[in-house]
Design a protein around this ligand. Structure first.
Ligand code: SF4
Length: 450
């Protein structure tokens, strides 16, 4: 093992031999100062959750850097409006910091709402707004009264916690919309999909699956979503939560106030995708035809991709991967998906996993696997060298680590352009992994050339 910064030791575990008891990992705490964590700030956590709402105005109240840093951050696809792809900002300057930015925010909101006619507006508070104490809620209330649309403050001052606090601030803002729409004509077999962001069309794949099963999707939070759908989300009978780190708090609030139960699911990999469909079918057991349709769907979809998966597996058997993702629930699915194509997971970690997640990761992992919470680039690079992995699965901040070391890379986060969810997503994943791992380009990386 490499030397770790003091204070980081309890957030890294080297899984022991077969049958070794799981070690309790430290997690969910603020990053160690100076460690240059891979984590994003609270504001970024809120921004990524709300960003895909395509007919809303998103305005970042803060210096221009916060907006530039998150401009089109997810690239989430919309089947209609594209307003979300802009990154509006109040561009706070020194004089605003001294005298306050409320007037500037109000003027910007009124101008933008008049120009773009959004269905709602989200106002993100950044670090500096927390420091100077602008009353964002009061501005939102005034503008809402003047324009007649919901204007929602997102209390996401970057410094006030971890990215997870940003998820919570986004859920709180969303929750103000839920319960304000008309739920007439919603099917008794209906769901909301929570924690799916339509980065490359995944929401459309999942909507199609549920439609084929006879289940209505009332709203997807927040992939390709519309304000009107979110307002009537409380009319659904079941919530399926994928990105549990970001959306569990919203699901719990909906369970508490509207009696809607929730189930944790994942749409990555054959096993988890099928389990997610069966989970919904089991819940609507008053109509056994839903389960029949689910079984037929799974049979057809698996049959369509299985031969090609087997062909790719023959080329990937024994290759090793590192996984570093935002929420650890995604890591479970990735480990299973890698096993399906013959690969081992040598390193697995996340930015926001909790104790139960890390315990489950240890149970699933092979002996010798490194499990890490809230890592930094230096640790990840050294772990990759130590384990000599062939592939790194991560996001935009992990890509340069992999490329510099001459390691194949698969983007499982904001920047991907191929859907990786569903059955077709599993095939896309296997093809991308193979293309990257087997690429001849790595022989020219300085480390490999040596
Ligand atoms: S909110 Fe704060 S930490 Fe986040 S991008 Fe802006 S200045 Fe940086």
């Amino acid at each position: 093992m490499i030397d770790l910064l003091p204070g980081r030791e309890k957030q890294v575990v080297h899984k022991g031999g077969e049958g070794a008891a799981a070690t309790v990992m430290a997690c969910g705490k603020n990053s160690v100062a100076g460690s240059v964590s891979q984590r994003a700030c609270v504001f970024c956590g809120s921004r990524v959750v709300l960003y895909p709402i395509a007919d809303a105005l998103h305005i970042v109240h803060g210096p221009i850097g916060c907006a530039a840093y998150t401009w089109d951050i997810r690239g989430a696809l919309s089947s209609g409006p594209q307003l979300h792809r802009n990154s509006f900002s109040t561009d706070l300057q020194e004089m605003d910091v001294i005298y306050g930015g409320e007037k500037k925010l109000e003027a910007a909101l009124l101008e933008l709402i008049a120009h773009h006619s959004p269905k709602a507006a989200f106002v993100y508070s950044t670090c500096i707004v927390g420091l100077i104490g602008d009353d964002v809620s009061a501005v939102c209330k005034r503008v809402s009264a003047k324009t007649g649309i919901p204007v929602l403050g997102v209390h996401s001052e970057g410094f006030k916690g971890t990215k997870k606090d940003g998820y919570k601030a986004a859920c709180d803002a969303l929750y103000k919309l839920i319960g304000t729409g008309d739920t007439a004509n919603i099917s008794p077999h209906s769901i909301n999909i929570l924690g799916e962001f339509n980065l490359a069309g995944e929401t459309w794949i999942l909507r199609d699956y549920y439609k084929r099963m006879g289940i209505e999707v009332v709203s997807c939070l927040t992939g390709d979503s519309r304000i009107e759908d979110i307002r009537r989300a409380h009319g659904a009978k079941l919530n399926l939560v994928q990105c549990s780190g970001s959306m569990t708090s919203l699901a719990k609030m909906m369970e508490r106030d509207y009696g809607i139960p929730f189930k944790r699911v994942s749409y990555f990999g054959i096993e988890d995708m099928s389990a997610a469909l069966y989970e919904a079918a089991k819940y609507f057991k008053d109509d056994p035809a839903i389960m029949d349709r689910a079984q037929n769907l799974v049979r057809e979809e698996v049959a369509a991709i299985y031969p090609e998966l087997q062909r790719l597996k023959q080329k990937l058997i024994g290759k090793k991967a590192a996984i570093y993702v935002g929420g650890s629930f995604k890591a479970f699915s990735l480990m299973r998906a890698l096993r399906l194509i013959g690969m081992e997971t040598a390193i697995v970690g996340s930015q926001t996993g909790d104790k139960e997640d890390y315990q489950q990761l240890q149970e699933m992992a092979d002996p010798g696997t490194i499990i890490v919470d809230d890592a930094n680039p230096l640790e990840l690079a050294k772990f990759c060298l130590e384990k000599d992995v062939d592939l790194f699965i991560g996001g935009v901040k992990e890509r340069p680590i992999a490329y510099k070391l001459g390691i194949g890379f698969c983007d499982h986060n904001h920047e991907r352009k191929e859907p990786l969810a569903g059955y077709i997503g599993m095939l896309n994943f296997a093809k991308e992994v193979y293309a990257s791992v087997a690429s001849p380009v790595w022989q020219f990386a300085p480390r490999r050339a040596k």
